[in-house]
Design a protein around this ligand. Sequence first.
Ligand code: MG
Length: 381
Amino acid sequence: MKKHISILGSTGSIGVNALKIAEFLSKDIKVKYLTAKKNFELLIEQTKKYKPKSICLVDKKLYKNLKLGINTKQVEILVGREGLIEISKRKDVNVMLNGLVGSSGMEPTLSAIKAGVNVALANKESLVMAGGIINKAMELSGAKIFPVDSEHSAIWQCLVGENFNDIRRIILTGSGGPFRSRDLDTFDNISVKEALKHPNWDMGEKISIDSATMMNKCLEVIEAYWLFQLNPKKIDIVIHPQSIVHSMVEFNDGSIKAQMGVPDMKVPIQYALTFPSHSKSPWEKLDFLSCGDLTFQAPDYDRFPSLQLAYQALKNGGTASAALNLSNDYSVQKFLEKKIIFTDIYKINYFSLQNHPWIKHPSLNDLRNLDDWVKNHVNEF
Ligand code: MG
């Protein structure tokens, strides 16, 4: 049976990779909806090639430019944030891929889940912001989340056929990013260009900065907590610079399963779209005879204090993870705009985590108010 999919964020790194998969698997996958934030040129190109039923451009100011390149008789065009939410609710797809960046990806995830649509989730911020709310909505609608984040896809694959009670711990691997062995005294001088250069993975700007601060791993601990519903004590981090082992599960008897492959986001994206099948793919495969040594080391909490924030946020509960996540969205943006230095990102995030107006059981509205508080605080820094 052909799978119908929607792709939120089709012009970003995840979206572009997903469309390469859809092209290769065109017999099995039909692209029904595409959304982009600003890149109307690429959205026009994608629309001509994949012939979706509807598309959405979130930046309304660019609608005129989009319309010039599209035959509006053949495709429905929606605009704005409301158009994005509308597409996320459409039920005539088997799975919605959420490749949006940052906290703004949360509400589309929740809308899809509430509508009963399964979500292939690359936007980890959805769960960091509102894991409790999303898990409740999943129970009510029966919709599922298929993780796209490579570590969580690895754990998901290791757990196929296993009993959750048998898990002793999960081990998230992290490459350590571009500054794993840089002199700590020079961290204040890290430039945007240096921080954007990830040694193994080719990704979007926000996640590349998150990998450089290791805030990405912090968010992934929280993501794993909500996805697999494990005690945070059972979620460990190991540094693995080669990014070949994508993560591991250790069972009570000491047996460990690891999921491996070349570091290529197309693999976890494809599995989330074709689950439960491992379909064919034309991309590079792992060659054990040429991949070199695989090494593992303990995470360096002095160098990357952001790692600890995950455990602190989970201990505090309530709005703690959301405040941390919102703060990180804004501070990374300010770093990219060269308004703050690299090490300020942690300082701002720590402050937001400690000082935001904490609420134990936040509603969606509480999270919107929290967004305002964090935005003001980060701007005042
Ligand atoms: Mg990841």
